[in-house]
Design a protein around this ligand. Structure first.
Ligand code: SD4
Length: 313
C-alpha cells in the first residue's frame, strides 16, 4: 500500500495518510448505483481495478433503458447514435474512441485501443473497424424510443440541451483499489441531436477524464464544450496535485468555467457541468455549476446516491 503526501486545503500542512479501505467507486448520476455495484462485484471476485471500471461502465452501456450511454443512447440530428468513451489507469495508460457507430460497448473498445495499439484515440470509422477486427459485434443502437424522439425533434430541429434532463448524461466512473491504485472511465452518446461528427469532452483525456496515479482522478459530465475549453478533468487533478482537496479542486474548476462564461458574456441558463474527484487517500469531492447533479459512492460499508453542491444553486 503506497504512502502519499496530501493536504486537505492549500494552506494545510501536508499529511501522510495511506488509503486503508477495500476499494472505492465514485460514479456520475443515478445509474452510477448499478454500475458501482457491478464494479464492486468484479473487484470482489478478484478482477483488477480496470476490469471493475470496464464492467461497471459496460453494465450501463448494455442497458437499453439508460438512454444516454451505449445501446439505447440518443442519436445525433441525422438519427445516428455515435458513441464516445475513454479509460485511463494509474500509470498513465489510456485508450479512447470517439464518434463510433454500431458498437454497444465503447468502454471495452477504448480499453482494447489502450492495450492493443500504439495509439490512445481512434475516431469514427477507424474506431469501428478496429472494434470489428477485435471481435466486437456490430448492432443497431437506435432503440424505438430514440427513433420516435428523434422524429419528434425533427419537427422543430432546434438543438437545445437541457440542464439535468437526462438526454445527454455521461457515465464517468473513478475507482481506487485496496493497493491504492487509481483508474477511471467515461462513456456517453454525447449531447442528443448534436451535429453528426461532434465529439464532446468525454473521450478526451484531460477533459472528460484524467488520472494521475500519484495524486487522484477526476471525471466530468455536462456540456462538453465548456469542459474541453477549460481542460476540466486535468484542471481538477492539477488542483489536487497543488494540495487542494478533491472537493476544493472540483469547486475551483467549476468557478473557472463560470469565469469563462462571464468573460464571454454567454447565456449559460441551460448549461450544467458536474465534476467528481477522488484522491489517493480515498477522499472524494463533487461539485456542479447548478443544482441537480447526483453521483453514486460505493465502498466496503456503503452504497449511496449523493447530491452535489453547486455554484449557482
Ligand atoms: C458531452 N459531456 O458529450 C458529454 C455529455 C454529458 O451530461 O456528460 N452530459 O458533452
Amino acid at each position: 500500500m503506497g504512502l502519499t503526501v496530501a493536504s486537505d486545503a492549500l494552506s494545510a500542512t501536508p499529511i501522510v495518510r495511506p488509503y486503508r479501505g477495500e476499494g472505492l467507486f465514485l460514479t456520475t448520476w443515478r445509474f452510477g448505483l448499478t454500475s458501482n455495484e457491478a464494479a464492486w462485484q468484479t473487484l470482489d471476485s478478484g478482477g483488477s481495478l480496470l476490469d471493475a471500471i470496464e464492467q461497471g461502465i459496460r453494465t450501463c452501456e448494455l442497458d437499453p433503458a439508460e438512454r444516454s450511454v451505449g445501446l439505447g443512447g440518443r442519436p445525433d440530428r441525422d438519427g445516428v447514435v455515435t458513441l464516445d468513451a475513454c479509460i485511463m489507469d494509474h500509470l498513465g495508460n489510456a485508450g479512447s474512441v470517439c464518434a463510433m457507430e454500431g458498437i454497444a460497448t465503447p468502454i471495452s473498445v477504448a480499453r482494447a485501443v489502450m492495450e492493443k495499439t500504439p495509439h490512445i484515440m481512434l475516431a469514427g470509422d477507424g474506431a469501428r473497424r478496429f472494434a470489428l477486427e477485435q471481435g466486437f459485434a456490430s448492432q443497431d443502437l437506435l432503440v424505438e424510443d430514440s427513433q420516435r424522439e428523434w422524429q419528434d425533434w425533427l419537427k422543430e430541429a432546434r438543438y437545445r440541451p437541457i440542464a439535468n434532463i437526462e438526454n445527454h448524461d455521461t457515465i464517468g466512473m473513478l475507482g481506487l483499489d485496496a493497493d491504492g491504485r487509481l483508474a477511471g472511465g467515461c462513456s456517453t452518446s454525447g449531447m442528443a441531436f448534436k451535429m453528426h461528427g461532434r465529439v464532446g469532452d468525454s473521450p478526451i483525456i484531460g477533459a472528460g477524464l484524467y488520472v494521475d496515479g500519484d495524486v487522484g482522478a477526476c471525471t466530468a459530465t455536462g456540456h462538453g464544450e465548456e469542459v474541453m475549453r477549460t481542460v476540466g478533468a486535468f484542471r481538477v487533478v492539477q488542483g489536487m496535485s497543488l494540495g487542494l482537496s478533491p472537493q476544493a479542486a472540483c469547486e475551483a474548476a467549476v468557478e473557472a468555467i463560470a469565469a469563462f462564461f462571464r468573460r464571454r458574456a454567454k447565456d449559460w441558463s441551460d448549461t450544467q457541468i458536474g465534476f467528481i474527484a477522488l484522491n489517493k487517500n480515498g477522499d472524494i469531492g463533487a461539485y456542479a455549476l447548478r443544482s441537480g447533479f447526483d453521483y453514486a459512492v460505493r465502498d466496503q460499508s456503503r452504497t449511496e446516491l449523493l447530491r452535489a453542491e453547486s455554484l449557482l444553486g
